[in-house]
Design a protein around this ligand. Structure first.
Ligand code: THG
Length: 369
């Protein structure tokens, strides 16, 4: 059948690296924060094997920054997250559930503390800049909120430490998890963090200024020539194996952080100052939860949409929202949201791919342990 394409427009933003990404042979894109996000270069499986053995350079410009600066910066940030940010250090990043006043998730960003009164909120796919601006206006907060011209390059894979050391030196390559350091590139001060959307060793360079983008990209490739460095992108298989959530797919604005499995970031309780303080404290025992799931049988084609999970009576008891064949685990791995009563079910959960392809699914907590 004829495959339509999506017409370009400046609403679908290109990135400072798009030219290089296309020269590297990107096969498909998604759109995230109104911007192009590469999803496959060679094949999903070849990209996966390369990610787990070598080093890749990812254009994750779509992880847009919202800068919040001013005397009330910490206050507004605490309003939108139940995670305690009061002890965050000036060189620290936190993965934070972001919620509305009902305690429902509106994003799951990485908060980067740059200074006492200055943060970058590195957002997932939803337009929360308007939420921040509205909150600041409505509450009369003394902050300035805007999207800076920052475009992240992520260096990913077991050899990323070697590549980042060649580029920025030992101190940066030895950063601790979710800490950041300062580097100079093209005479500009930039941030590099030990973070990224995989469970491989990874770093994120917050490239400041679009005009510096291609230079940064090219330098990583020239320094990594002997390491088999390739252009890559977030890999569906690897991120399911790792249990990394995709906001808008696996969780959305109907879910609490507890349902999303992010209760582990709230071990000290819901922080005072969060607008959902009262309501979230009543929701710590979720009635449904994100789970690692195995889909039995033959290798499946990747799933990036919602499929109902059924019990033995054919009743809907959850959804699967991401799934793919895992070459390393040698099973189909999936992420799904399952109703509480079925968390311990052994033999009675199913999916209907097609009329003639019914599969049993198994909750397998070992995947993410
Ligand atoms: N890096 C940066 N910005 C981002 C992402 C990123 N913005 C969009 C998106 N990714 C936000 N979502 C996530 C989801 C998971 C993680 C980071 C961002 C993550 N989680 C670790 C895990 O689950 O194993 C745990 C983090 C922790 O322990 O604090 O890394 O990737 N800049």
């Amino acid at each position: 059948m004829h495959q339509p394409t999506i017409s370009g427009s400046s609403r679908i933003r290109r990135t400072p690296y798009s030219k290089r990404v296309e020269e590297a042979g990107v096969k498909s894109y998604s759109v995230y924060n109104h911007m192009l996000l590469p999803t496959v270069f060679d094949t999903l499986e070849n990209d996966y094997h390369h990610l787990k053995t070598a080093v890749q350079v990812w254009d994750v410009s779509v992880e847009r920054q919202i800068e919040i600066i001013g005397p009330d910066a910490t206050k507004i940030l605490q309003m939108v997250t139940p995670r305690d940010i009061s002890k965050m250090k000036d060189d620290q990043c936190y993965y934070i559930p972001m919620v509305d006043k009902h305690g429902l998730m509106i994003n799951d960003p990485v908060a980067v503390k740059l200074d006492k009164n200055r943060y970058w909120i590195s957002i997932a796919d939803s337009d929360v800049i308007y939420y921040f601006k509205g909150l600041a206006e409505g509450m009369g907060l003394n902050v300035n909120i805007f999207e800076p011209d920052v475009n992240i390059i992520s260096i990913q894979g077991p050899k990323s430490k070697i590549l980042i050391e060649r580029m920025f030196g030992k101190e940066i390559s030895e950063l601790k998890f979710f800490r950041h350091g300062k580097v100079f590139f093209n005479g500009k001060k930039m941030i590099v963090a030990r973070s990224g959307w995989s469970h491989q060793i990874c770093f994120e360079v917050y490239v400041d200024g679009s005009m510096n983008g291609q230079d940064m990209w090219d330098k990583f490739f020239s320094l990594g020539n002997d390491l088999d460095v390739r252009a890559g992108c977030p890999n569906l298989i690897e991120r399911i194996e790792s249990g990394l959530l995709s906001y808008g797919n696996d969780v959305n604005q109907t879910n609490t952080p507890y349902e999303a499995g992010l209760g582990k970031f709230l071990s000290s309780g819901v922080s005072e100052g969060c607008l959902a303080y009262d309501i979230l404290r009543t929701k710590t025992e979720p009635q449904r939860l994100i789970k690692p799931i195995e889909i039995t049988g033959e290798p499946i084609k990747p799933i990036t949409y919602s499929l109902q999970v059924l019990n033995s009576n054919g009743e809907v008891v959850g959804q699967i929202t991401s799934a793919a064949w895992s070459p390393d685990f040698k099973v189909n791995v999936a992420i799904g949201m399952i109703d509480r009563e079925y968390w311990n079910e052994k033999n009675s959960l199913f999916l209907n791919f097609t009329k003639n392809d019914k599969r049993q699914i198994i909750i397998n907590d070992k995947f993410w342990s």
